[in-house]
Design a protein around this ligand. Sequence first.
Ligand SMILES: *[C@@H]1O[C@H](CO)[C@@H](O)[C@H](O)[C@H]1NC(C)=O
Ligand SMILES: *[C@@H]1O[C@H](CO)[C@@H](O)[C@H](O)[C@H]1NC(C)=O
Ligand SMILES: *[C@@H]1O[C@H](CO)[C@@H](O)[C@H](O)[C@H]1NC(C)=O
Ligand SMILES: *[C@@H]1O[C@H](CO)[C@@H](O)[C@H](O)[C@H]1NC(C)=O
Ligand SMILES: *[C@@H]1O[C@H](CO)[C@@H](O)[C@H](O)[C@H]1NC(C)=O
Ligand SMILES: *[C@@H]1O[C@H](CO)[C@@H](O)[C@H](O)[C@H]1NC(C)=O
Ligand SMILES: *[C@@H]1O[C@H](CO)[C@@H](O)[C@H](O)[C@H]1NC(C)=O
Ligand SMILES: *[C@@H]1O[C@H](CO)[C@@H](O)[C@H](O)[C@H]1NC(C)=O
Ligand SMILES: *[C@@H]1O[C@H](CO)[C@@H](O)[C@H](O)[C@H]1NC(C)=O
Length: 544
Amino acid sequence: MKACTIIAVFLALCSQSRAATQAQNLTRAAAVAPSPSAAAANTSAPPAILTDVPTNCTLVASSSVASGGRRLQASGSGSSHYIPLSSEVVHWGYFYGAEEPAAVVVSGDEITVEMATQHAGDDYDKMVRGDPAMEDVYNWTFNQINVPFRGRTGHGDGVHVLTGPIYMCGAEPGDVLQVDIIDLVPRVNPSTGKTYGSNAAASWGYQFRAGFLDGVKREVITIYEIIRDASNKLLYAVPDYQFRYNDPANGYVGPVTPCTEVYGQMPNSAVNYEWNNYGRTYRGNTPVPCVNNTQTWTSYLYPGIITTHPTTTEDYSIRGKFKVPINFHIGNMGVASAYPQTVDSVPPAIHGGNVDDRRIGKGATMYYPVQVPGALLSLGDTHTSQGDSEFDGTAIETSTTATLKLTLHKKGSMPQKISKLNFPLLENSNEYVVHGFTYNDYLKELDNPSTNIYKKSTLDRTFTVAYNNTRDFIMNAFNLTEDQAITAITVAMDFGVDQVVDGNWGVHCIVPKWMFNMSDMTPYSPLVMPGTSKPANMTLQTTL
Ligand SMILES: *[C@@H]1O[C@H](CO)[C@@H](O)[C@H](O)[C@H]1NC(C)=O
Ligand SMILES: *[C@@H]1O[C@H](CO)[C@@H](O)[C@H](O)[C@H]1NC(C)=O
Ligand SMILES: *[C@@H]1O[C@H](CO)[C@@H](O)[C@H](O)[C@H]1NC(C)=O
Ligand SMILES: *[C@@H]1O[C@H](CO)[C@@H](O)[C@H](O)[C@H]1NC(C)=O
Ligand SMILES: *[C@@H]1O[C@H](CO)[C@@H](O)[C@H](O)[C@H]1NC(C)=O
Ligand SMILES: *[C@@H]1O[C@H](CO)[C@@H](O)[C@H](O)[C@H]1NC(C)=O
Ligand SMILES: *[C@@H]1O[C@H](CO)[C@@H](O)[C@H](O)[C@H]1NC(C)=O
Ligand SMILES: *[C@@H]1O[C@H](CO)[C@@H](O)[C@H](O)[C@H]1NC(C)=O
Ligand SMILES: *[C@@H]1O[C@H](CO)[C@@H](O)[C@H](O)[C@H]1NC(C)=O
């Protein structure tokens, strides 16, 4: 699709969005352009990125904007903030440099952020019903959808329910935003006292490339339950049951939604495309028709659909066969892209986003190169567990609440190790984790990036980029020459695949900090917990 087409679609979709109260000071920063969730009366202007920073963010955060800005929902005072989940504080399926903030912070603040998984509709009774905030986010009736704009163009081309953005006072392009993950706690459904998650073996999973034993392509959902002991300590996750999408033999074609107009159109899958050159033709490319006032979805095509699968399709034979180590992490966290339009939430890039590295958990620190004024950090797509590669398309997708500490490093006065980042860097007590994607910044490197990135990913190129990023990072951080870096990488560092399912694929390299601390004479103990890269004796689990 050409850029002008995208803009035309975008503006058409935005033209009926609700008017927002716009606060005067932050307006300069946050409301320059029409945004999917904010007022967009000006249909002649293309979306633009932020160009200005509020002059006195402390003032803004504490008074005027906090009371006048529709999306400034954070409660709390001083240096501690809380963003409770609601349809008002999420943006669904995209990052956007002109999204109105849900909270404003200054460097050093802590913030607690509630997040909803985009897969809760896979079992509405277990993951949505009885939880008012989840019901609010998922509300989709004949007459309304509480979060109507889903995806980059509003057509489901982007899937993650992201809470935010969080505006960091004084952040400008060239700075680095440090995010310390202080805690991750799974969301408990108050009506059941339990936590469930969903693993969708979906059409974008690698199994669709590898092939199925019986040749039958299918999408399969597995619902998992998180198990606790009597003292509320989290133990592990167990599979509860499975069901297939598009399973007419068992009387289930797929979920059915009411035909609900969203900005004058039916939700559809018209922007789906072939994701690669491997002859995969499973994913349809046709709009889902409205028949008898309903749309029937034969594939996992649109975010937030409530599956409505009959219990007769539920296969419980998986129960009791295995258990899964818990490794809570944030699949999708990042700052807004400098791309001057909405950006699909699926492919990760220099701004972070859907990195899907299972190491982005409690105790980890992420460093993101700031792309737009205010940084605009958003997060969601939280996972109970995932193996490296996220093979079948998703993790155990689970609504979770994060507590973060946010620190701003200004260009020119930041630690050497982060002074040249062109990727999101992870640090934990043991190691740095360097991330490389097929394209570090596909939005700049590719023509028609949002379409083409899905066709261009290869592990070969991703591995090369991960190597290049690691080489450049350790040369800069530890004053190595290229030849010194090559041998250090080779003899001591592990590469691994983060994901092969997010359009812009990801490979990481683990850099042990111990190597470069020449005053540390203790032996290196590389003991790890299964499912994590943390030392086996570290506390990983959180009590509910
Ligand atoms: C609409 O956008 C144009 C181009 O950016 C701008 O010049 C004009 O002032 C805007 N009008 C309104 C009413 O915001
Ligand atoms: C913001 O303004 C207040 C009141 O004038 C002042 O005390 C404070 O230092 C200012 N903060 C910044 C970050 O400029
Ligand atoms: C915007 O900030 C200025 C000072 O920076 C202040 O005088 C003014 O009252 C603020 N406007 C609003 C609407 O709060
Ligand atoms: C959805 O929203 C409508 C309108 O606000 C409300 O009447 C309805 O009860 C909501 N349904 C759910 C399940 O939250
Ligand atoms: C529409 O619904 C009516 C009444 O339930 C039914 O008779 C008819 O077959 C349906 N049409 C289609 C195309 O499903
Ligand atoms: C990796 O780095 C080398 C040396 O700078 C460069 O020539 C090559 O293009 C880079 N590869 C990729 C995929 O960025
Ligand atoms: C970097 O390493 C070189 C030798 O490879 C050395 O000459 C130089 O002093 C070092 N620079 C710093 C800042 O340590
Ligand atoms: C290096 O190791 C020593 C000894 O364990 C420790 O005291 C020091 O904090 C470490 N330095 C860094 C930069 O981690
Ligand atoms: C883990 O074990 C190592 C080596 O025995 C020890 O140095 C470290 O303090 C332990 N860490 C924790 C959190 O117990």
